[in-house]
Design a protein around this ligand. Structure first.
Ligand code: PBG
Length: 330
């Protein structure tokens, strides 16, 4: 028999701070965070991104400085995204394969200066294409799967050769995880991990990111033929199962907060580490709410990040990573 009121008072364990701490079911630490950063050309350059208030693009030296900051704050991993110069963007996004592109420069500089911080690299062609799509587009405007996947394999190898620790394909092509895994094995990159953006939805929350990488104005149409329909949850489980069968080490759900149900279901269905990407539009919502006086940044940041841990995530990609790590005493 379970007790009932007044023997049972659930407020008892909440009555003091030490007791709340003692009874916390979930912990959030700087070690749960992955910090996404945007790289741009030049030296000593910081370019604030208007639609992502508080976030800037940094030249490679600035990225290295952020890498040191991450290390000092206890943030284990950085995610990199390039702002490719417009004259280097082409129909086929071939700059992604250039061994000296911005991404590779940033990877090498980070691994040289702060090898103890992990480097996660995005695999998709959108920062490099003149049309802003993640893959190759045919005459009808359709993003073709198989030839895109071949480009992505070459892109992933290029990043791994530069020193990337985690390859994170965000393109949603079918079959690319298996192809990338076997190419990595073939080149003896046995310990390079793959974190698949397994359940990535076509979302209105990516707008500020597209400003940050400079693809918003270029993008023709939408990404609904490859990113998932937000009406679907069962399909997310199939996407995860497929990527795991092909050799993904870890999987990601993206965006984050509007898809917490998906995180829970993936956790329940698969015994694998799940990550969430609290994307640019989510970050912007918080910052705009704070600017409007409608919310307090610190508590809102920690509350949203805790929700991902509560849902079962191993970690979270968030633009608030450095701020949150400071609040968490990193
Ligand atoms: C591109 C990519 C996107 C994001 C990460 N990788 C945008 C998109 O798919 O259009 C979004 C991240 C964010 O909004 O913070 N492959």
């Amino acid at each position: 028999m379970t007790a009932s009121y007044p023997a049972l008072r659930l407020r008892r364990t909440r009555a003091s701070a030490w007791s709340r701490r003692l009874h916390a079911e979930t912990v959030l630490t700087p070690a749960d965070l992955i910090w996404p950063l945007f790289v741009t050309e030049g030296a000593g350059v910081e370019q604030p991104i208007a639609s992502l208030p508080g976030v800037s693009r940094w030249s490679v030296d600035g990225i290295v400085a952020r890498g040191r900051e991450a290390r000092d704050l206890g943030i284990p991993c950085i995610a990199l995204f390039p702002y490719t110069q417009v004259d280097r963007r082409t129909e086929d996004g071939r700059e992604a394969l250039n061994p000296d592109n911005l991404m590779c420069q940033a990877i090498r500089a980070l691994k040289d200066a702060v090898p103890e911080v992990g480097v996660l690299t995005d695999v998709a062609l959108d920062p490099y294409t003149s049309h802003g799509h993640d893959g190759l587009v045919d005459a009808a405007g359709y993003v073709v799967n198989d030839t895109t996947a071949e480009m992505l394999v070459a892109q992933a190898l290029n990043q791994a050769n530069a020193g990337a620790d985690i390859i994170a394909p965000s393109d949603m092509m079918d079959g690319r995880i298996g192809m990338i895994r076997s190419a990595l094995e073939g080149e003896s990159h046995h310990n390079v991990q793959i974190m698949s953006y397994a359940a990535k939805y076509a979302s209105a929350f990516y707008g500020p990111f597209r400003d940050a990488v400079g693809s918003r104005g270029l993008l023709k149409g939408d990404k609904k033929t490859y990113q998932m329909d937000n009406a679907n949850a069962e399909e997310a489980l199939r996407e995860v199962a497929m990527d795991l069968a092909e050799g993904a080490d870890t999987v990601m759900v993206k965006p984050g907060l509007p898809y917490l149900d998906i995180i829970v279901r993936v956790r329940q269905a698969f015994e694998v580490p799940v990550f969430a990407y609290q994307v640019s539009g989510e970050y912007a919502m918080i910052e705009h709410a704070v600017a409007a006086g409608a919310a307090e940044r610190d508590v809102m940041v920690l509350e949203t990040l805790m929700s991902f841990k509560r849902a079962g995530c191993s970690g979270v990609l968030t633009y608030h990573a450095a701020h949150a790590a400071k609040l968490l005493g990193g």
